[in-house]
Design a binder for this molecule. Structure first.
Ligand SMILES: *Cc1c(COP(=O)(O)O)cnc(C)c1O
Length: 478
């Protein structure tokens, strides 16, 4: 093609391709429609149910343009008004998320400005901002300045990064795998086993350490089993403790486990995905020893109330992390730095990624830390309040919770598990608030996990009223 032909072809495509650069007037209109939609969403949250279930109608993508308002209404109907309303304070199941507005705003700004945060050379500011977030986390958990870390999409990927570093620091490969032993508690989050399997450690031994009456790992049993393994000629490699288990919110005895890890030279990993930020509250004492971990994960999309999509990992052995994650290529030659840790691409499996540092940095700067701490203290009190109310209704409750997760069941005179299952079904059908269930000590139990920044005492009152209502229904049909 000669120049004139190229120009004429370009002219042809221009009209359509320019559609992607929305004009300022059109942007204002879209902003205003989005703002109207989002304000209505937030404004109505208190009146909406925590849970509803319906069939999803078609969300098929069409090749031709559709009006924005129409798309918003499809989104509202098919996505927002179906399933768990996770932005609502009435989500009290699993581990609730959050979605503070300042963080959502940061996401928008990050996406529009779109800096390349994974590589220092590409965006020194974005890379430094993310490093500052990691420094802030290191300070909170009393990790040394020399520790490294990265922001990930969540706890599962953070775990993968941490345990990969652990594997490589201990050179667990080929024949050694068959002699390697890893230790977790019976309450460990399943993302740990999943990560170990992805890491190629499926054929290593995994010992499940029992927990005590408060669902905390029994450190004495851990040591006994390690000793047996040492005597059997095996290689104890890793112990995973939880600082806030998913099922019960229990914090394992971190100092005792750290002592054992130190004595037998194990990699000590702490899963603080759910519980981590409670270290900033009156529960600080439970976290003593967390600073001794070799690696730590924490989910700001849980106990910092941010929207889904942000986890963090801290690792003390910088060389292990770099060994697992640093790799160069010819086309990356301009980006090489003396200090590899300035680029998160060298510390995590990701290269190009959303600039997620801003979604934590901006809310912290905008609000200061105090509202976050107050919110966490509030959750601790709300779980106490809820348990008191349940006892008044005749429910049995689990042990005094370490943090903001607890469980309960109703002591029906017969078929207790079956009837508690029926009770949960009624709770789901009612949907005023959402609760989930579990099996704890072979018993079917209903869980409450209070973590949303939007959960207030009124929400808990609604939950209690709903439970009384559903209980009455189960009793009537019995
Ligand atoms: C939620 C959770 C995870 C997994 O984190 P994701 O962000 O969901 O991937 C790991 N450990 C614990 C204790 C959790 O609560």
């Amino acid at each position: 093609m000669n120049d004139a032909e190229i120009r004429s072809q370009l002219q042809k495509f221009r009209h359509a391709s320019d559609e992607l650069e929305i004009s300022e007037t059109e942007r204002e209109k879209l902003f205003s429609q989005a703002a109207t939609y989002l304000n209505a969403f937030i404004g109505l949250l208190q009146n909406e149910k925590g849970y509803q279930q319906k069939e999803v109608a078609s969300l098929t993508i069409s090749d031709t343009p559709t009006d924005f308002k129409e798309l918003l209404s499809v989104y509202q109907k098919e996505v927002v008004e179906n399933g768990i309303n996770a932005a609502s304070g009435k989500h009290l199941g699993y581990i609730p998320g959050g979605g503070i507005f300042a963080s959502a705003l940061a996401d928008l700004i990050a996406a529009v400005t779109n800096p390349y945060a994974g590589v220092y050379f590409a965006s020194p500011g974005a890379a430094t901002l993310e490093t500052e977030v990691i420094h802030w986390l290191k300070k909170i958990f009393s990790f040394p300045q020399t520790a490294v870390g990265s922001l990930s999409s969540g706890g599962s990927i953070s775990t993968l990064t941490a345990l990969t570093a652990a594997r490589d620091a201990h050179e667990i490969k080929s024949e050694k795998i068959y002699k390697t032993v890893m230790y977790v508690s019976s309450q460990v989050h399943h993302s740990t086993q999943k990560a170990l399997r992805i890491l190629g450690l499926e054929d290593a031994f995994l010992r499940v350490i029992p927990t005590d009456d408060n669902h905390r790992m029994q450190a004495e049993v851990l040591e006994e089993i390690i000793l047996q393994d040492v005597h059997a000629g095996l290689y104890p490699f890793l112990v995973v403790a939880s600082a806030g288990t998913t099922d019960t919110g229990a914090v394992d005895p971190l100092n005792k486990i750290a002592d054992i890890a130190e004595k037998y030279k194990l990699w000590f990993h702490v899963d603080a995905a759910y519980g981590g930020f409670f270290i900033l509250t009156s529960k600080k004492h439970l976290f003593a020893g967390i600073e001794r971990a070799d690696s730590l994960i924490i989910d700001p999309h849980k106990s910092m109330f941010l929207p889904y999509g942000i986890g963090a990992v801290l690792v003390k052995d910088k060389h292990a992390v770099l060994h697992s994650h640093h790799r160069s290529a010819n086309y990356m030659q301009d980006t090489t730095l003396k200090d590899l840790t300035q680029s998160s691409a060298n510390l995590s499996p990701e290269l190009s990624k959303h600039f997620r540092g801003l979604r934590i940095w901006l809310p912290l700067q905008l609000h200061g830390i105090q509202p976050f701490v107050a919110c966490l203290e509030e959750k601790l009190l709300l779980v106490q309040y809820f348990r008191n109310k349940l006892l008044e209704l005749g429910f049995c409750v689990g042990p005094e919770p370490d943090l903001s997760v607890s469980y309960f069941w109703y002591p029906f005179s017969s078929n207790t598990d079956e009837k508690n299952k029926q009770l949960l079904q009624r709770i789901h059908a009612d949907g005023t608030v959402f609760l989930s269930s579990s099996i704890i000590n072979n018993r079917f139990v209903i869980r409450i996990a209070i973590l949303s920044f939007r959960t207030k005492i009124e929400t808990i009152d609604e939950a209690v009223e709903m439970l009384a209502r559903c209980l009455q229904e189960v009793n009537q049909t019995a």
